[in-house]
Design a protein around this ligand. Structure first.
Ligand SMILES: C[S@@+](CC[C@H](N)C(=O)[O-])C[C@H]1O[C@@H](n2cnc3c(N)ncnc32)[C@H](O)[C@@H]1O
Length: 302
């Protein structure tokens, strides 16, 4: 539901497998009716395309994220939090890194893909249905909290950053991987100039639609100052993008997003024939473009 809004109520997260220890939770624990409307997540969870979308996200971004986790030094015994875990591949990687002696809590609004993932079927993995906009996290609990492509969509993202930082132990790490979508993907090679022009036009329309749904396209770099304001030190950001041929995961990400947002893209003035051609182009190995820029920002809680 693009651009839709609803009134949210603060309530406790629902554990789908095991409930995490909520000792020391912050003052956001009380069930309080929220009067301000909260922007709804732009993608409709019921459209049947979430699994495909998450697969392409994982195939595109996991190499960057896994490298960041490795370099951060996640190790056996750590207790980790993954916010908005989507298809669960990052949570599964965290489980590998922390081993049997650590633990992983992975949250999402929609937990179907997480609970059905064999890679997350471990006693020390907790899947939690949880709305990070409105529900509390336990305080001073985790060695690492990570989130990818979740907070940029949220109206109260600064408050959410503070809550996620609050969930980390003093000296623990927070890592946010976010798109900087003001930097548009660049066409590297196209079967025809018209295909390059169409690609740019559809991607710009997708950007407009997602912005209307509440996405902050500058969030990729704005996380840095936000983390610094949230009582952290050692803040460091680095970005990554690469080329991808048509049919590759980053191009098929555009394919599935154009289907999930089709109604809104038609309202933006695109034609069904243009969307059809766009999907042919991004699936064509003769086409190549850059991925979105992912900025990965980490900080240590004071
Ligand atoms: C773009 S997907 C990213 C998924 C995953 N983090 C990844 O990068 O592969 C955004 C995810 O955030 C979840 N999400 C959106 N709003 C949320 C909220 N308020 N609280 C928790 N999760 C949320 C969505 O259900 C979805 O799984």
């Amino acid at each position: 539901m693009v651009g839709g809004a609803r009134r949210a109520h603060r309530h406790r997260g629902t554990p789908d497998r095991h409930h995490p220890d909520r000792r020391g939770r912050s003052d956001r624990t009380a069930p309080v009716a929220v009067e301000e409307p909260v922007t709804e997540y732009v993608f409709d969870a019921a459209d049947g395309l979430a699994a495909e979308h998450h697969r392409y996200l994982a195939d595109t971004l996991d190499p960057f994220t896994f490298d960041r986790l490795d370099r951060l030094g996640v190790r056996p015994g750590w207790r980790c939090l993954e916010v908005g875990g989507g298809g669960g591949t990052v949570a599964a990687r965290l489980r590998e890194l922390v081993g049997d002696t650590g633990s992983v809590v992975v949250t999402d609004l929609e937990t179907g893909l997480l609970t059905s993932s064999p890679a997350l079927r471990h006693d020390n993995v907790t899947v939690l249905r949880h709305d990070v906009r409105t529900e509390p996290l336990p305080a001073d609990e985790f060695d690492l909290a990570h989130s990818r492509l979740v907070l940029g969509h949220l109206e109260n993202r600064e408050e959410v950053v503070a809550e996620v930082v609050g969930a980390v132990k003093p000296g623990g790490w927070v890592l946010f991987d976010e798109f900087e979508t003001v930097i548009a993907p660049m066409v590297l090679e196209a079967p025809a100039p018209a295909d390059a022009e169409l690609f740019h036009r559809v991607v710009a329309a997708i950007t407009e639609v997602v912005a209307a749904g509440g996405m902050n396209h500058r969030w990729g770099h704005e996380v840095y100052a936000c983390l610094a304001r949230a009582g952290t030190t050692d803040v460091h950001a680095e970005g990554a993008f690469r080329s991808c041929r048509g049919g590759g995961p980053a191009m098929m990400l555009h394919h599935v997003v154009s289907r999930r947002l089709e109604a809104a893209l038609l309202r933006e003035g695109l034609g069904t024939d243009e969307l059809h051609r766009f999907r042919e182009v991004v699936a064509d190995p003769a086409f190549a473009a850059t991925t979105y820029v992912l900025i990965s920002t980490r900080a240590r809680k004071c």
